[in-house]
Design a protein around this ligand. Sequence first.
Ligand code: FAS
Ligand code: PHB
Length: 389
Amino acid sequence: MLTQVAIIGAGPAGLMLGRLLDIAGIDNIILERQTKAYVLNRIRAGILEQTTVDLLRRAKAAHRLDKQGIVHNAVNLAYSHQCHSIELPELTGGKSVIAYGQTEVTQDLCDVRERDGGTTIYEAKDVSLHNFDSEKPYLEYKKNGVGHKVKCELIVGCDGYHGVSRASIPPEAISIYEKAYPFGWLGLLSETPPVSDEVVYVNHERGFALCSMRSRTRSRYYIQCALNDRVERWSDDAFWDEFRRRLPADLAQSLKTGPSLEKSIAPLRSFVAEPLRFGRLLLAGDAAHIVPPTGAKGLNLAASDIHYLSNAMLSYFKDGDDSALDEYSRLALARVWKSERFAWWMTNLTHRFDGDPFEQRMKEAELTYLSTSQTGRKMLAENYVGLPL
Ligand code: FAS
Ligand code: PHB
């Protein structure tokens, strides 16, 4: 098989890139190791920056998002049992964020790719990368036990944190920056009306909690849990009791509970690989960086990378400009690091680490400053809606 761009991974990054290349008439193929159903059933991000919405509109994959997405004109900080609203448009010259699940984004991108004849090979096993430091890179994979070869001009690793692309880079050619957090997030999805119209980040002495949603009838909630905690230990009732204990009184009182549709525990990590180009191999999305979900940046950074990478690829294939691909790494990483900082800062500010009373007081003092100072509110708001591309 011969193509111009071979993409590894059919998550949001791979599908967004494949779609933008299709629209530009650049031939591409996506190799995905899981089944389509597995990919489409993953429950992950829920908040889109305007830049992500703009990219999905550019990809002509925002029809349902424009209809069903819920605009959030505020984000809330709850601490010392009080809830404070940070108005976004006033503080950012009119910007807001949109609540629309990553599951739906992936479904929409899948649908348009299939409708327009894009090629995605699901259940592509044992993908391996070859000669990406030469003019003739290629991939190999197995499908139903049969080996296949994909010759291409460029390979893009959109295969997430545990993928094969970053792992194929010689250790001496890549720099890794990483921080693991001493706790995880226990998430629950329920067909219950959200307790708040917009996202609430809760700093509580028992631990962090988050109130989010997927629609006006479907809620997405999280509580900080121990790293070695197991989801089997949490009955729905146990989750609701703990979640309610961490909410401010008015939210605790109005909380509607119900059976969980999904429950899972995710570890938290900050991670960046540098650079993002290795000859004819490029990295994008979670294959290149991970943020703790506290800043709602993971999916949005994948979109940010694809914004820069798709522009660089158009320069490369349409204008023969190879430097644009180097520029990709520098441009994408500049925005990645600023989002990494925000997600790391929000995580430290809202989570309970070591039970040190002085640390907790410092967090409450910073939260009080943030919610009462115009400068503090503006700083949080402009990072939350997403810094300029
Ligand atoms: P993805 O991981 O989504 O996709 C990579 C794809 O590559 C997968 O489909 C995988 O099957 C495939 N793949 C992997 N190895 C392969 C191989 N060897 N061969 C072929 N295919 C391979 N972000 C937020 O903003 N908010 C959240 O609340 C949030 N919650 C999260 C919860 C969890 C459990 C996880 C893991 C992440 C969460 N994230 C969240 C971050 C998440 O949304 C990512 O940022 C987003 O999925 C990034 O998209 P991709 O880069 O496409 O990577
Ligand atoms: C979600 O809706 O899943 C969500 C919202 C905000 C975050 C993380 C996750 O910071």
